[in-house]
Write a protein that binds this ligand. Sequence first.
Ligand SMILES: Cc1cc2nc3c(=O)[nH]c(=O)nc-3n(C[C@H](O)[C@H](O)[C@H](O)COP(=O)(O)O)c2cc1C
Ligand code: SF4
Ligand code: SF4
Length: 444
Amino acid sequence: MADISINFAGIKSPNPFWLASGPPSNTGYQVMKAFDCGWGGAVWKTMGIPTVNVSSRYGVVNYRKIRMVGLNNIELISDRRLTDNLKEIEEVKKYFPDRAVVASIMVQTRQEWHRIVKDVENAGADGIELNFSCPHGMSERGMGSSVGQEPKLVELLTGWVMEVAKIPVIVKLTPNISDITEPAQAAKRGGANAIALINTIQSIVGVDIDNFVPYPLVGSMSTNGGYSGPAIKPIALNMVKNCALDKDVALPISGIGGIETWRDSVEFMLLGAGSVQICTAVMHYGFGIIKRLILGLEDYLDEKGFESVNEIVGKALPNVTNWENLNLNYKVTAKIDKTKCTGCKLCYTACEDGAYQAIALPENPGDKYPIILEENCVGCNLCSLVCPVDKCIIMERKDDNNVVESWKERSEAGNVPSSFDDKLAGGFSHPVPDPLKALKSGEK
Ligand SMILES: Cc1cc2nc3c(=O)[nH]c(=O)nc-3n(C[C@H](O)[C@H](O)[C@H](O)COP(=O)(O)O)c2cc1C
Ligand code: SF4
Ligand code: SF4
Protein backbone atom coordinates (compact mmCIF):
# COMPACT_ATOMS: atom_id res chain seq x y z
CA MET A 1 0.00 0.00 0.00
CA ALA A 2 1.23 3.49 -0.87
CA ASP A 3 2.72 5.62 1.91
CA ILE A 4 0.45 8.61 2.54
CA SER A 5 2.47 10.22 5.32
CA ILE A 6 3.87 13.66 4.65
CA ASN A 7 6.55 15.98 5.89
CA PHE A 8 5.14 19.38 5.04
CA ALA A 9 7.80 22.08 5.47
CA GLY A 10 9.10 20.15 8.49
CA ILE A 11 5.65 19.35 9.93
CA LYS A 12 5.09 15.59 9.99
CA SER A 13 1.67 14.07 9.59
CA PRO A 14 0.52 10.45 9.02
CA ASN A 15 -1.69 11.62 6.15
CA PRO A 16 -2.09 14.87 4.19
CA PHE A 17 -5.58 15.66 5.52
CA TRP A 18 -5.75 18.52 8.03
CA LEU A 19 -8.71 20.31 9.55
CA ALA A 20 -8.58 23.90 8.28
CA SER A 21 -8.77 26.62 10.90
CA GLY A 22 -12.45 27.16 11.70
CA PRO A 23 -15.32 25.90 13.86
CA PRO A 24 -14.28 22.18 13.64
CA SER A 25 -10.88 23.03 15.20
CA ASN A 26 -12.21 25.41 17.83
CA THR A 27 -11.64 23.21 20.90
CA GLY A 28 -9.44 20.44 22.21
CA TYR A 29 -12.52 18.22 22.39
CA GLN A 30 -13.13 18.56 18.64
CA VAL A 31 -9.50 18.16 17.58
CA MET A 32 -9.13 15.12 19.85
CA LYS A 33 -12.26 13.59 18.29
CA ALA A 34 -11.00 14.37 14.77
CA PHE A 35 -7.63 12.75 15.47
CA ASP A 36 -9.40 9.75 16.95
CA CYS A 37 -11.27 9.43 13.63
CA GLY A 38 -7.98 9.52 11.70
CA TRP A 39 -7.28 13.13 10.69
CA GLY A 40 -3.58 13.70 10.15
CA GLY A 41 -3.48 17.26 11.42
CA ALA A 42 -5.46 20.26 12.54
CA VAL A 43 -4.95 23.96 12.14
CA TRP A 44 -6.43 25.36 15.35
CA LYS A 45 -9.17 27.98 15.09
CA THR A 46 -7.27 31.28 14.86
CA MET A 47 -6.15 32.54 18.26
CA GLY A 48 -5.43 36.08 19.33
CA ILE A 49 -7.07 38.63 21.58
CA PRO A 50 -10.46 36.88 22.01
CA THR A 51 -13.42 38.22 20.05
CA VAL A 52 -17.16 38.58 20.55
CA ASN A 53 -19.30 37.02 17.83
CA VAL A 54 -22.79 37.81 16.49
CA SER A 55 -25.68 35.48 15.76
CA SER A 56 -26.65 34.36 13.25
CA ARG A 57 -23.31 33.93 11.44
CA TYR A 58 -23.86 31.77 8.39
CA GLY A 59 -25.60 32.18 5.07
CA VAL A 60 -25.88 29.56 2.39
CA VAL A 61 -26.20 28.91 -1.33
CA ASN A 62 -28.33 25.84 -2.00
CA TYR A 63 -28.38 24.75 -5.62
CA ARG A 64 -31.59 23.00 -6.52
CA LYS A 65 -31.67 19.93 -4.25
CA ILE A 66 -28.08 20.21 -3.07
CA ARG A 67 -27.67 22.06 0.22
CA MET A 68 -24.68 24.17 1.10
CA VAL A 69 -22.95 24.30 -2.26
CA GLY A 70 -21.51 27.51 -0.84
CA LEU A 71 -21.33 28.76 2.75
CA ASN A 72 -20.91 32.33 3.84
CA ASN A 73 -19.73 33.21 7.35
CA ILE A 74 -19.28 36.38 9.34
CA GLU A 75 -17.58 34.65 12.23
CA LEU A 76 -14.43 36.16 13.72
CA ILE A 77 -11.33 34.46 15.13
CA SER A 78 -11.58 32.47 18.38
CA ASP A 79 -13.81 33.95 21.05
CA ARG A 80 -12.15 31.68 23.64
CA ARG A 81 -9.41 32.70 26.05
CA LEU A 82 -5.89 32.09 24.79
CA THR A 83 -4.90 30.25 27.97
CA ASP A 84 -7.74 27.74 27.48
CA ASN A 85 -6.72 27.10 23.89
CA LEU A 86 -3.06 26.65 24.87
CA LYS A 87 -3.93 24.19 27.62
CA GLU A 88 -6.00 22.14 25.17
CA ILE A 89 -3.26 22.13 22.51
CA GLU A 90 -0.91 20.71 25.12
CA GLU A 91 -3.40 18.02 26.04
CA VAL A 92 -4.11 17.03 22.44
CA LYS A 93 -0.39 16.75 21.70
CA LYS A 94 0.03 14.48 24.72
CA TYR A 95 -2.53 12.01 23.35
CA PHE A 96 -1.58 12.36 19.69
CA PRO A 97 2.15 13.12 19.44
CA ASP A 98 2.25 11.84 15.84
CA ARG A 99 -0.40 14.28 14.53
CA ALA A 100 0.23 17.79 13.26
CA VAL A 101 -1.14 20.57 15.43
CA VAL A 102 -0.70 23.91 13.71
CA ALA A 103 -1.55 27.03 15.70
CA SER A 104 -3.30 29.68 13.62
CA ILE A 105 -2.64 33.11 15.07
CA MET A 106 -3.62 36.71 14.40
CA VAL A 107 -2.59 39.74 16.45
CA GLN A 108 -1.50 43.29 15.72
CA THR A 109 1.70 44.61 17.24
CA ARG A 110 5.21 43.19 16.95
CA GLN A 111 5.18 42.56 20.69
CA GLU A 112 1.91 40.64 20.48
CA TRP A 113 3.21 38.52 17.57
CA HIS A 114 6.38 37.66 19.54
CA ARG A 115 4.41 36.79 22.66
CA ILE A 116 1.84 34.55 20.97
CA VAL A 117 4.46 32.73 18.88
CA LYS A 118 6.28 31.78 22.09
CA ASP A 119 3.02 30.79 23.79
CA VAL A 120 1.95 28.37 21.07
CA GLU A 121 5.44 26.92 20.81
CA ASN A 122 5.49 26.32 24.56
CA ALA A 123 2.11 24.60 24.27
CA GLY A 124 3.68 22.08 21.89
CA ALA A 125 2.33 23.18 18.50
CA ASP A 126 4.19 21.63 15.55
CA GLY A 127 3.76 24.65 13.33
CA ILE A 128 2.27 28.12 13.13
CA GLU A 129 -0.14 29.53 10.55
CA LEU A 130 -0.36 33.29 10.19
CA ASN A 131 -3.91 34.36 9.42
CA PHE A 132 -3.41 37.21 6.93
CA SER A 133 -6.60 36.26 5.22
CA CYS A 134 -9.88 36.55 7.17
CA PRO A 135 -11.96 38.87 4.93
CA HIS A 136 -14.53 40.27 7.35
CA GLY A 137 -14.65 41.83 10.80
CA MET A 138 -10.97 41.36 11.64
CA SER A 139 -9.99 43.08 8.39
CA GLU A 140 -11.93 46.19 9.49
CA ARG A 141 -9.58 46.24 12.48
CA GLY A 142 -6.45 46.20 10.31
CA MET A 143 -5.81 42.46 10.58
CA GLY A 144 -6.59 39.38 8.44
CA SER A 145 -7.05 40.12 4.75
CA SER A 146 -6.15 43.77 5.15
CA VAL A 147 -2.62 42.46 5.80
CA GLY A 148 -2.86 39.79 3.09
CA GLN A 149 -3.87 42.36 0.50
CA GLU A 150 -0.69 44.40 1.08
CA PRO A 151 2.44 42.46 0.11
CA LYS A 152 4.61 44.90 2.07
CA LEU A 153 2.67 44.15 5.26
CA VAL A 154 2.81 40.40 4.57
CA GLU A 155 6.59 40.62 4.32
CA LEU A 156 6.92 42.84 7.39
CA LEU A 157 4.65 40.82 9.69
CA THR A 158 6.07 37.48 8.50
CA GLY A 159 9.50 38.90 9.30
CA TRP A 160 8.38 39.81 12.84
CA VAL A 161 7.24 36.23 13.40
CA MET A 162 10.42 34.74 11.91
CA GLU A 163 12.50 36.81 14.37
CA VAL A 164 11.36 34.49 17.14
CA ALA A 165 9.75 31.38 15.62
CA LYS A 166 11.52 28.07 16.18
CA ILE A 167 8.90 25.89 14.45
CA PRO A 168 7.75 26.01 10.79
CA VAL A 169 5.64 29.01 9.82
CA ILE A 170 2.89 28.90 7.19
CA VAL A 171 1.39 32.12 5.80
CA LYS A 172 -2.32 31.78 4.97
CA LEU A 173 -3.27 33.91 1.97
CA THR A 174 -6.46 35.71 1.04
CA PRO A 175 -8.02 35.16 -2.40
CA ASN A 176 -9.49 38.68 -2.26
CA ILE A 177 -6.70 40.07 -4.40
CA SER A 178 -6.04 40.28 -8.14
CA ASP A 179 -2.70 38.43 -8.19
CA ILE A 180 -2.20 35.83 -5.47
CA THR A 181 1.49 35.41 -6.31
CA GLU A 182 2.30 38.90 -5.00
CA PRO A 183 1.52 38.18 -1.32
CA ALA A 184 2.92 34.65 -1.80
CA GLN A 185 6.25 36.10 -2.92
CA ALA A 186 6.11 38.56 -0.02
CA ALA A 187 5.66 35.66 2.40
CA LYS A 188 8.76 34.06 0.92
CA ARG A 189 10.73 37.30 1.24
CA GLY A 190 9.58 37.56 4.86
CA GLY A 191 11.11 34.13 5.53
CA ALA A 192 7.97 31.93 5.71
CA ASN A 193 8.46 28.18 5.43
CA ALA A 194 5.22 27.55 3.54
CA ILE A 195 1.98 29.10 2.34
CA ALA A 196 -1.65 28.00 2.72
CA LEU A 197 -4.47 29.03 0.40
CA ILE A 198 -7.22 29.97 0.11
CA ASN A 199 -9.17 31.57 2.92
CA THR A 200 -12.76 32.56 2.19
CA ILE A 201 -13.90 34.83 -0.65
CA GLN A 202 -15.72 38.07 0.18
CA SER A 203 -19.36 37.55 -0.57
CA ILE A 204 -23.04 38.17 -0.04
CA VAL A 205 -24.94 34.94 -0.63
CA GLY A 206 -28.41 36.37 -0.97
CA VAL A 207 -30.94 38.89 0.20
CA ASP A 208 -34.14 38.41 2.22
CA ILE A 209 -36.44 39.97 -0.39
CA ASP A 210 -39.32 40.42 2.06
CA ASN A 211 -37.33 42.31 4.66
CA PHE A 212 -34.68 43.82 2.37
CA VAL A 213 -31.71 42.49 4.34
CA PRO A 214 -28.85 40.35 3.02
CA TYR A 215 -28.12 37.01 4.71
CA PRO A 216 -27.12 36.14 7.37
CA LEU A 217 -29.52 38.25 9.40
CA VAL A 218 -28.25 39.89 12.55
CA GLY A 219 -31.58 41.34 13.59
CA SER A 220 -32.53 43.61 10.74
CA MET A 221 -28.97 44.19 9.53
CA SER A 222 -26.20 42.20 7.88
CA THR A 223 -22.71 42.49 6.45
CA ASN A 224 -20.55 40.86 3.79
CA GLY A 225 -18.85 37.62 4.78
CA GLY A 226 -16.46 34.94 3.55
CA TYR A 227 -17.52 32.28 1.01
CA SER A 228 -16.38 28.65 1.33
CA GLY A 229 -17.42 25.14 0.33
CA PRO A 230 -17.58 23.30 -3.04
CA ALA A 231 -18.44 26.49 -4.96
CA ILE A 232 -15.00 27.99 -4.36
CA LYS A 233 -12.88 24.99 -5.39
CA PRO A 234 -12.19 26.19 -8.97
CA ILE A 235 -10.91 29.54 -7.71
CA ALA A 236 -8.73 27.85 -5.11
CA LEU A 237 -7.28 25.35 -7.60
CA ASN A 238 -6.29 28.14 -9.96
CA MET A 239 -4.61 30.14 -7.20
CA VAL A 240 -2.73 27.07 -5.94
CA LYS A 241 -1.56 26.45 -9.51
CA ASN A 242 -0.44 30.08 -9.89
CA CYS A 243 1.65 29.93 -6.73
CA ALA A 244 3.05 26.48 -7.56
CA LEU A 245 4.24 27.66 -10.98
CA ASP A 246 5.77 30.91 -9.75
CA LYS A 247 9.54 30.55 -9.40
CA ASP A 248 9.71 33.46 -6.95
CA VAL A 249 7.29 31.72 -4.57
CA ALA A 250 8.94 28.28 -4.41
CA LEU A 251 7.37 27.31 -1.07
CA PRO A 252 5.42 24.22 0.02
CA ILE A 253 1.67 24.83 -0.41
CA SER A 254 -1.18 23.69 1.80
CA GLY A 255 -4.24 23.60 -0.46
CA ILE A 256 -7.62 24.74 0.86
CA GLY A 257 -11.00 25.56 -0.65
CA GLY A 258 -14.07 23.47 -1.29
CA ILE A 259 -12.48 20.09 -0.70
CA GLU A 260 -15.02 17.35 0.09
CA THR A 261 -13.69 14.16 -1.44
CA TRP A 262 -10.42 12.30 -1.98
CA ARG A 263 -10.68 13.25 -5.64
CA ASP A 264 -10.83 16.97 -4.77
CA SER A 265 -7.76 16.45 -2.59
CA VAL A 266 -5.86 14.67 -5.36
CA GLU A 267 -6.66 17.53 -7.73
CA PHE A 268 -5.13 20.03 -5.30
CA MET A 269 -2.04 17.83 -4.90
CA LEU A 270 -1.61 17.38 -8.65
CA LEU A 271 -1.52 21.18 -8.92
CA GLY A 272 1.13 21.51 -6.24
CA ALA A 273 -0.39 21.15 -2.76
CA GLY A 274 1.69 19.09 -0.34
CA SER A 275 -1.10 18.96 2.25
CA VAL A 276 -4.80 19.78 2.12
CA GLN A 277 -7.07 21.46 4.63
CA ILE A 278 -10.83 21.09 4.97
CA CYS A 279 -13.37 23.15 6.91
CA THR A 280 -16.83 23.45 5.33
CA ALA A 281 -17.17 19.76 4.39
CA VAL A 282 -16.50 18.86 8.04
CA MET A 283 -19.08 21.42 9.16
CA HIS A 284 -21.53 19.73 6.79
CA TYR A 285 -20.74 16.03 7.17
CA GLY A 286 -18.60 15.69 10.31
CA PHE A 287 -15.17 14.26 11.07
CA GLY A 288 -16.18 10.83 9.71
CA ILE A 289 -15.42 11.88 6.11
CA ILE A 290 -11.75 11.19 6.86
CA LYS A 291 -12.29 7.45 6.40
CA ARG A 292 -13.26 7.80 2.75
CA LEU A 293 -10.65 10.49 2.15
CA ILE A 294 -7.88 8.14 3.26
CA LEU A 295 -9.24 5.02 1.54
CA GLY A 296 -9.87 6.87 -1.71
CA LEU A 297 -6.39 8.40 -1.76
CA GLU A 298 -4.72 5.06 -0.98
CA ASP A 299 -6.70 3.25 -3.68
CA TYR A 300 -5.91 5.95 -6.23
CA LEU A 301 -2.18 5.83 -5.48
CA ASP A 302 -2.11 2.02 -5.60
CA GLU A 303 -4.09 1.89 -8.82
CA LYS A 304 -1.75 4.37 -10.51
CA GLY A 305 1.35 2.63 -9.19
CA PHE A 306 2.62 5.44 -6.95
CA GLU A 307 4.53 4.42 -3.84
CA SER A 308 4.06 7.63 -1.94
CA VAL A 309 1.64 10.54 -1.93
CA ASN A 310 4.58 12.89 -2.41
CA GLU A 311 5.02 11.55 -5.95
CA ILE A 312 1.78 13.19 -7.11
CA VAL A 313 2.49 16.68 -5.74
CA GLY A 314 2.68 18.99 -8.77
CA LYS A 315 2.27 16.12 -11.26
CA ALA A 316 -0.22 18.10 -13.41
CA LEU A 317 1.84 21.29 -13.48
CA PRO A 318 3.90 20.45 -16.60
CA ASN A 319 0.56 20.18 -18.44
CA VAL A 320 -0.55 23.71 -17.56
CA THR A 321 0.54 26.53 -19.81
CA ASN A 322 -0.53 29.96 -20.99
CA TRP A 323 -3.31 30.17 -23.58
CA GLU A 324 -0.85 31.42 -26.19
CA ASN A 325 0.93 28.04 -26.17
CA LEU A 326 -2.13 25.88 -26.84
CA ASN A 327 -2.36 24.04 -30.16
CA LEU A 328 -4.77 25.99 -32.43
CA ASN A 329 -4.92 23.06 -34.83
CA TYR A 330 -6.25 20.55 -32.29
CA LYS A 331 -9.79 19.90 -33.50
CA VAL A 332 -12.67 17.92 -32.00
CA THR A 333 -16.32 17.71 -32.99
CA ALA A 334 -19.34 16.38 -31.16
CA LYS A 335 -20.79 12.95 -31.86
CA ILE A 336 -24.06 11.62 -30.43
CA ASP A 337 -24.26 7.98 -29.35
CA LYS A 338 -27.78 7.08 -30.52
CA THR A 339 -27.88 3.99 -28.32
CA LYS A 340 -27.81 6.29 -25.27
CA CYS A 341 -29.72 9.36 -26.50
CA THR A 342 -33.17 9.92 -24.94
CA GLY A 343 -34.16 12.66 -27.41
CA CYS A 344 -34.48 15.32 -24.70
CA LYS A 345 -33.14 18.01 -27.11
CA LEU A 346 -31.15 19.84 -24.42
CA CYS A 347 -28.09 19.68 -26.65
CA TYR A 348 -30.02 21.25 -29.53
CA THR A 349 -31.22 24.18 -27.41
CA ALA A 350 -27.78 24.82 -25.94
CA CYS A 351 -26.00 24.75 -29.30
CA GLU A 352 -28.75 26.64 -31.15
CA ASP A 353 -29.09 29.55 -28.71
CA GLY A 354 -25.87 29.41 -26.74
CA ALA A 355 -23.26 28.16 -29.15
CA TYR A 356 -22.80 27.67 -32.91
CA GLN A 357 -26.04 26.33 -34.44
CA ALA A 358 -24.36 23.02 -35.16
CA ILE A 359 -27.17 20.73 -34.02
CA ALA A 360 -30.31 20.20 -36.07
CA LEU A 361 -33.55 18.62 -34.96
CA PRO A 362 -34.56 15.52 -36.88
CA GLU A 363 -36.54 16.45 -39.99
CA ASN A 364 -38.77 13.42 -39.74
CA PRO A 365 -41.11 13.84 -36.72
CA GLY A 366 -40.78 10.10 -36.08
CA ASP A 367 -37.02 10.41 -35.40
CA LYS A 368 -35.94 11.48 -31.96
CA TYR A 369 -32.20 12.02 -32.29
CA PRO A 370 -30.73 15.46 -32.98
CA ILE A 371 -28.14 15.59 -35.75
CA ILE A 372 -24.68 17.15 -35.46
CA LEU A 373 -23.85 19.41 -38.44
CA GLU A 374 -20.15 18.75 -38.46
CA GLU A 375 -19.16 21.68 -40.66
CA ASN A 376 -20.67 24.11 -38.11
CA CYS A 377 -19.32 22.40 -35.02
CA VAL A 378 -16.40 24.26 -33.47
CA GLY A 379 -15.89 21.60 -30.81
CA CYS A 380 -16.75 23.94 -27.96
CA ASN A 381 -17.98 21.04 -25.79
CA LEU A 382 -21.17 22.72 -24.54
CA CYS A 383 -23.58 20.05 -25.81
CA SER A 384 -21.68 17.25 -24.10
CA LEU A 385 -21.70 19.24 -20.86
CA VAL A 386 -25.45 19.85 -20.87
CA CYS A 387 -26.40 16.34 -22.03
CA PRO A 388 -27.88 14.57 -19.00
CA VAL A 389 -26.80 11.11 -20.20
CA ASP A 390 -23.26 10.11 -19.31
CA LYS A 391 -20.95 9.70 -22.35
CA CYS A 392 -23.88 10.13 -24.76
CA ILE A 393 -22.13 12.99 -26.56
CA ILE A 394 -18.45 12.40 -27.06
CA MET A 395 -15.92 14.75 -28.60
CA GLU A 396 -14.16 13.07 -31.50
CA ARG A 397 -10.69 14.07 -32.61
CA LYS A 398 -10.61 15.27 -36.21
CA ASP A 399 -7.16 16.74 -36.85
CA ASP A 400 -4.26 14.48 -37.79
CA ASN A 401 -1.89 16.01 -35.20
CA ASN A 402 0.62 16.69 -37.97
CA VAL A 403 0.88 20.45 -37.68
CA VAL A 404 0.96 21.80 -34.14
CA GLU A 405 0.75 25.57 -34.10
CA SER A 406 0.15 27.95 -31.21
CA TRP A 407 -1.05 31.56 -31.16
CA LYS A 408 2.46 32.52 -30.11
CA GLU A 409 3.96 30.78 -33.13
CA ARG A 410 1.36 32.24 -35.48
CA SER A 411 1.99 35.72 -34.08
CA GLU A 412 5.72 35.35 -34.56
CA ALA A 413 5.05 34.28 -38.17
CA GLY A 414 2.76 37.33 -38.71
CA ASN A 415 -0.17 35.00 -39.39
CA VAL A 416 -2.83 36.36 -36.98
CA PRO A 417 -5.68 38.88 -37.43
CA SER A 418 -4.44 42.43 -36.97
CA SER A 419 -7.34 44.60 -38.18
CA PHE A 420 -11.08 44.62 -37.36
CA ASP A 421 -12.07 43.01 -40.68
CA ASP A 422 -9.15 40.68 -41.05
CA LYS A 423 -9.90 37.50 -43.05
CA LEU A 424 -7.59 35.55 -40.74
CA ALA A 425 -10.30 35.68 -38.04
CA GLY A 426 -11.19 32.25 -36.65
CA GLY A 427 -14.90 32.79 -37.30
CA PHE A 428 -14.37 32.30 -41.03
CA SER A 429 -13.80 28.62 -40.47
CA HIS A 430 -17.45 27.71 -39.86
CA PRO A 431 -20.74 28.78 -41.52
CA VAL A 432 -23.01 31.29 -39.74
CA PRO A 433 -26.77 31.42 -40.52
CA ASP A 434 -28.38 34.49 -42.08
CA PRO A 435 -29.85 36.67 -39.23
CA LEU A 436 -33.25 36.79 -40.95
CA LYS A 437 -33.59 33.03 -40.66
CA ALA A 438 -33.96 33.54 -36.90
CA LEU A 439 -37.36 35.21 -37.40
CA LYS A 440 -38.97 32.09 -38.81
CA SER A 441 -37.60 29.57 -36.29
CA GLY A 442 -39.67 30.40 -33.20
CA GLU A 443 -39.91 27.91 -30.32
CA LYS A 444 -39.36 24.31 -31.35
C1 LIG B 1 -17.30 29.41 9.75
C2 LIG B 1 -15.88 29.54 9.30
C3 LIG B 1 -14.93 30.06 10.15
C4 LIG B 1 -13.60 30.19 9.74
N1 LIG B 1 -12.67 30.67 10.61
C5 LIG B 1 -11.37 30.74 10.21
C6 LIG B 1 -10.37 31.15 11.12
O1 LIG B 1 -10.62 31.43 12.29
N2 LIG B 1 -9.10 31.24 10.67
C7 LIG B 1 -8.76 30.93 9.38
O2 LIG B 1 -7.58 31.01 9.01
N3 LIG B 1 -9.70 30.50 8.51
C8 LIG B 1 -10.98 30.40 8.91
N4 LIG B 1 -11.93 29.94 8.02
C9 LIG B 1 -11.54 29.63 6.65
C10 LIG B 1 -11.22 28.15 6.44
O3 LIG B 1 -10.12 27.74 7.21
C11 LIG B 1 -10.93 27.84 4.94
O4 LIG B 1 -9.80 28.58 4.55
C12 LIG B 1 -12.09 28.21 4.04
O5 LIG B 1 -13.32 27.96 4.66
C13 LIG B 1 -12.05 27.45 2.72
O6 LIG B 1 -12.05 26.05 2.92
P1 LIG B 1 -13.39 25.14 2.89
O7 LIG B 1 -14.08 25.38 1.59
O8 LIG B 1 -12.88 23.73 3.07
O9 LIG B 1 -14.21 25.58 4.04
C14 LIG B 1 -13.25 29.80 8.44
C15 LIG B 1 -14.21 29.25 7.59
C16 LIG B 1 -15.51 29.10 8.01
C17 LIG B 1 -16.51 28.50 7.07
S1 SF4 C 1 -19.50 21.04 -29.57
FE1 SF4 C 1 -20.36 23.10 -29.46
S2 SF4 C 1 -20.64 23.71 -31.60
FE2 SF4 C 1 -20.35 21.49 -31.61
S3 SF4 C 1 -22.40 20.68 -31.54
FE3 SF4 C 1 -21.71 20.81 -29.44
S4 SF4 C 1 -22.43 22.80 -28.70
FE4 SF4 C 1 -22.57 22.80 -30.92
S1 SF4 D 1 -28.87 16.15 -24.73
FE1 SF4 D 1 -28.07 14.08 -24.92
S2 SF4 D 1 -29.83 12.78 -24.50
FE2 SF4 D 1 -30.64 14.80 -24.90
S3 SF4 D 1 -31.06 14.78 -27.10
FE3 SF4 D 1 -29.01 15.58 -26.88
S4 SF4 D 1 -27.71 13.80 -27.09
FE4 SF4 D 1 -29.75 13.03 -26.70
